[in-house]
Design a protein around this ligand. Sequence first.
Ligand code: SAH
Length: 244
Amino acid sequence: MLRVLRSLTVLFVLGWVPIWMPQPLGAEGVENRYADQRTQMVDIQIRGRGVDHEAVLRAMLTVPRHLFVPESVRSLAYRDRPLPIGQGQTISQPYIVALMSELLDLQPGQRVLEIGTGSGYQAAVLAAMGVAVYSIEIVPELGQQAQVALKEAGYEQVRVRVGDGFLGWPEHAPFDGIIVTCAPTRIPEPLKAQLAEGGRMVIPVGRAGVQELVLLKRIEGRIEQQKIIDVRFVPMVDEKGKSY
Ligand code: SAH
């Protein structure tokens, strides 16, 4: 007993004891922890709720969602919830990002228009699926912030523009997919007009508290419309802040 105590004292004096104490995670450890959280997010929140589109699952396993949220909420990045991103706006819940991406049913090389860049996360997920992404954000600070995050995460090919997405981006139309992540009370005509033949649009429609996610398909010139689920998004607003 005495001998054990004596050798412990020697170790302590030599300064070995502190290495038994918990060490802070290095940069690699932090990345590994986020990667584990990402795997769990995809298994439980996304695959577990029925999204089985392989390209979507792969993209969401890859994109570092924590780089798209403010540092103050970074530890919550992979939770089953939306999070604040500043300017009174939010990054969508992971499941909603997955569901909307799946509904677009995209092929690599196709072109997608996003209205409401916000954090840039949804745009990054689409870019990771190999499509060309054009994204419009009405709040200049968010548009700039998203561009920085997209670059840091390795998706600088995403084209971000500050402006009113109600009008779409006619210079790059038509689009194979249009994804709207803010809710107007009616479907903007310019967006319908910019949908390619065979293209799909996913859009939340309605007033705060009573919105539905709607899927539109352009088939032989006609637009078919289908309700998917009830959702809650921030309103689509014009440049004066008035809701559409
Ligand atoms: N897709 C985002 C979620 C964005 S929240 C993400 O992955 O993080 C919705 C965003 O739509 C907000 O940033 C809001 O400023 C923006 N928005 C609202 N009205 C808009 C409009 N008319 N045109 C473009 N963006 C708009």
